[in-house]
Write a protein that binds this ligand. Structure first.
Ligand SMILES: [Zn+2]
Length: 133
């Protein structure tokens, strides 16, 4: 474990490259500032492949997919990725998400569990249809 003397964030490797100090403006910047970059990139790749027509941006300080409206967000937390897909999507995918904790429109994807990439792609497509314009 290494703590950046400038921003005080914790990383697995010493002197790990990250977006230090300022608020990230792109999803790349955002992921660079996190300690679980591999998992975040895997999630991002799955979403981008599923809904290439959506635009990547930062909204509410989180990586966001947008098409006319915000479709979904994700955020790196200490123990998990918060996958913000909205109440409607959680209700729709209730059975598939049975193994994952959910609350208020957010699914928790723990870092110590493999990411359910196919399910993530399915959810992203559904959210685009449902929320996009
Ligand atoms: Zn730093």
């Amino acid at each position: 474990m290494w703590i950046c003397p400038n921003c005080q964030r914790e990383f697995k490797r010493k002197n790990q490259g990250h977006f230090c100090g300022e608020a990230p403006k792109t999803i790349d910047d955002y992921i660079q500032g996190q300690s679980h970059q591999e998992e975040l990139q895997a999630l991002r790749k799955a979403i981008s492949q599923a809904i290439p027509e959506a635009e990547e941006r930062i909204a509410w300080t989180m990586p966001t997919y947008w098409k006319g409206k915000n479709i979904l967000h994700f955020a790196a937390k200490k123990q998990h990725i918060g996958f913000h897909i909205g109440q409607k999507a959680i209700a729709h995918f209730e059975e598939e998400l049975a193994d994952f904790p959910t609350s208020k429109g957010t699914v928790k994807l723990p870092y110590d569990k493999p990411l359910p990439l196919e399910l993530i792609e399915g959810i992203a497509k559904w959210c685009l249809e449902e929320y996009g314009e």
